[in-house]
Design a protein. Sequence first.
Length: 65
Amino acid sequence: MKNSVRERRKAREMTQGDLADAVDVTRQSINAIERGRYNPSLELALKLAVEFDCAVEDLFWLDSD
């Protein structure tokens, strides 16, 4: 699964720690999501979408490869 979490976080000038605090996870979780090594739970995906004021589909999509 691909995502645009890193781009949206940087556009808001947030650190991984800032975002982690905002959605109540660890910085390591945000790092793993951004690197594509971890797919978030539905609850976390929804929290991230709320934080970035967008739809979940705008943050995460299936890799077509």
